[in-house]
Design a protein around this ligand. Sequence first.
Ligand code: GH3
Ligand code: MG
Length: 373
Amino acid sequence: MNTSKKTESCWEFMNCPDEKKSKCHAYLTETGFKCWKTVGTESNYEADECLQLGNKDCVDCSFYKKNAVKILIVDDEKTNLLVTKRMLLQNGYEIITTCTSGEKALELIKTNDFNLALLDIQMHGIDGYETCRRLKEIKPALYAIMLTGTVNNESIKKSYKAGAMDFVRKQFDNMELIVRVENAIKIMSTEKALQHSHKTIFEKNAILEKLLITDNLTQVFNRKYILENLSTHIYNSKRYNHPISLMMLDIDRFKLINDNYGHLAGDEAIILLASILSSEMRKTDLVGRYGGDEFILLLPNTNISGAIKKAEEVRKSVELNNFKMAPDIDVTISIGVYELGDEAEPDDLINQADKLLYKAKKNGRNRVEYLIS
Ligand code: GH3
Ligand code: MG
């Protein structure tokens, strides 16, 4: 397995609890979270296992470094604080803050990014439930474990209501506290992993959605998108009694560019035209590539006179532009402009604009043809 590539995508690194025997990398792949047990040095990984998170062989791994988890212990009994803190220290936890009241805890959380809080229930001042509730208000992701003398239905109910996730009996032995804290870390790590996956999926979806509606060559909308949205725009224009116009335009004698300067130069000319169109049109207009060297422009809230004016501007802008990829050719466009009448259907808009474009070609090219219905 080529390991060097994997390390680049490492998202968080942590040591397995048994650091002497093996190390573990957690990393995110296209298909989800994976734990990767490794042997050897960090620069020379030999992956002996590559396991999906949730695999039972992998439960010891967590994405929070144990020694980086920030723990807050709140108890009004100083001895309890000392005992709990010592236990945690003995088990590899290093960042531990203690305080003797809920009020102090609420102050501390404002300046400390605690991950985990261990809260005594019965305290002077505000009790553990209320402390928990308010801490979670300030930091919802905080994982709270209640420290309680007796676990009964009442305390369970109140604790969960306050946002606590777990309990440790006050007369706890070393094992119970440590097991619960480690479970808390696993849960937090899994949550973090899921959030990360979620974010990645969300971002990738957004990219996919954009790809679906974008013309690969020019980055303007593709034909499918324009056609799908045409009906909605027409429906809105009729409903709100707003005008709507459409332009079909096409490069004049485009084949000459391909023939004289090659297909790539032809592509560049199409790309340049798309960028001229995008910068000339309003944000609310839709610019799409209909195919080849033909573009479709939908102009909501624009009547025929506005659309003709715009078409002339665009035509001039192309005429004046120096298409450097085809230095000996005066690149121009022809445009057909049509405003949709009350009775017309979506297809009419395209058919009419297309006919007008054809007319512009027939009448000499580098011109705008329109029809006032
Ligand atoms: P007219 O003035 O009548 O429009 O003449 P024209 O030469 O521009 O004719 P037409 O619009 O029919 O030309 C389209 C040509 O565009 C045909 C095809 O080879 C070429 N073409 C289509 N898609 C692409 C593309 O993505 N890139 C390039 N470079 N050429 C393309
Ligand atoms: Mg053409």
